[in-house]
Design a protein. Structure first.
Length: 90
């Protein structure tokens, strides 16, 4: 943590929380792999809707051994372009 962040934390603890949230958003934007929740936010889909699309193998996704679902951002972008009825607009 740099000195500016430390100074903000001493003055305003809420500011450091805002910085952490901003950092999380930045990482979501630059990361090529999205978690299930990140994909929901990225596509503006509800969890229920995205789970349904995954279960029906309509949307490209990957399951891990622990049953976690991941997405590749570029594949989602291509899927959005190829699906005329999607509600997501990026």
């Amino acid at each position: 943590m740099n000195s500016k962040a430390l100074a903000l934390q001493k003055k305003d603890p809420e500011s450091i929380l805002e910085l952490k949230e901003l950092n999380s958003l930045i990482m979501m934007v630059i990361s090529p792999i999205l978690t299930f929740n990140e994909a929901c936010n990225y596509l503006h889909f509800s969890e229920t809707n995205l789970k349904k699309l995954c279960k029906q193998n309509i949307i490209p996704h990957y399951n891990t051994v622990g049953r976690k679902i991941y997405f590749i951002r570029e594949e989602l972008n291509e899927w959005i372009k190829s699906e005329p009825n999607t509600k997501a607009k990026k």
